[in-house]
Design a binder for this molecule. Structure first.
Ligand code: CU
Length: 316
């Protein structure tokens, strides 16, 4: 498995911490050793009195400055290798893993607007959706294209070690790869003072199992998924089937399943036609069973609720 951003920065931190500790221990020990060895005491004879430093004169080393030279060389080697090593990792962070170039890589547009971040998942050909929740799949690199429609903001997720400027008229493209499924409250924050609402500007990060994410994208119900997890109705590592069942349940409670299906797994997509079926092409309303929940008969969820984004309450 390739390294995530969080892995890279943790590795760099640990290496610097480790090296710093080792160098610190060596230097301090050497000082202590010499302080002890050359301590002033009555019973100790100075074996080489001629080498004693004299007040007001530069001390002369006995070995023609060999120690000084050696310490310079060792330091230079350590510093130069650290620079090269760190820089190569930073290049990797800059470029992102190869999967980002995949056709079905996860890509999310982020737009800062007033004191909120709006998210546009790549499967939607719609406008940005107002979002309190950013939903992403676990263990898959996510590309974010960040912009702003008013002033300067900065989009950042500290736990994923990601930060990107949100500037009007510009896209800052970066990536991250979440690993632990879960609901992280306020994990997304604004990092550029943008006005009186700045300190409250942010959203929750919802990391779900990749299969669950795919199911939600397929059903165009990412917002429903986020709400279900937020309300504790669904675990972030739930199976796609559990999600489909839950959505179906909720819809029947809402009384929107006027055209209940017959349990054959056929789509009863007789709603107002606001589904993006036409361009998406992954819905087969003819009932050929291409839906991932084949045969579970839960597809009544779709019926007639109009625009999924509005009706499903893709977040507030
Ligand atoms: Cu802001």
């Amino acid at each position: 498995m390739q390294a995530t951003r969080a892995d890279v920065f943790e590795l760099i931190f640990l290496v610097f911490l480790g090296l710093g500790t080792i160098v610190g221990i060596v230097v301090v020990s050497y000082i202590m050793y010499n302080a002890y060895k050359y301590r002033d005491a009555e019973h100790i004879e100075d074996p080489t009195p001629e080498k004693r430093p004299v007040l007001g004169e530069l001390p002369v080393g006995g070995q023609g400055g060999r120690k000084l030279f050696l310490s310079f060389i060792v330091s230079a080697i350590i510093v130069v290798s650290l620079i090269i090593w760190t820089y190569s990792w930073l290049l990797y962070v800059e470029e992102g893993p190869d999967q980002l170039d995949d056709e079905n890589a996860v890509e999310i547009d982020v737009e800062a607007s007033a004191f909120t971040f709006l998210y546009n998942y790549d499967y939607l050909d719609t406008e940005y959706t107002t979002a309190q929740n950013l939903v992403v799949p676990a263990d898959r690199p996510v590309q974010v294209n960040v912009t702003s429609n008013d002033v300067w903001h900065t989009f950042g997720i500290p736990r994923e070690r990601v930060k990107a400027d949100a500037l009007p008229g510009e896209y800052d493209v970066t990536w991250f790869e979440p690993s632990e499924p879960g609901y992280y409250e306020n994990a997304v924050q604004c990092f550029e003072l943008c006005g009186p609402g700045h300190s409250a500007m942010g959203s929750n990060l919802v990391v779900v199992e990749a299969s669950l994410y795919d199911a939600a994208v397929e059903a165009e119900a990412v917002g429903d998924l986020a709400s279900a997890i937020e309300d504790g109705d669904l675990a972030a590592d739930a199976s796609p089937d559990e999600f489909e069942n839950l959505i179906a349940e909720q819809q029947s409670e809402d009384g929107t399943d006027g055209e209940s299906d017959t349990g054959t797994g056929n789509e009863t997509d007789t709603g107002s036609g606001n589904e993006t079926t036409a361009d998406g092409g992954n819905e087969t309303d003819a009932g050929s069973g291409n839906e991932t929940d084949a045969g579970s008969g839960n597809e009544s969820a779709r019926v007639g609720s109009g625009d999924r984004i509005a009706a499903g309450g893709v977040d507030r």
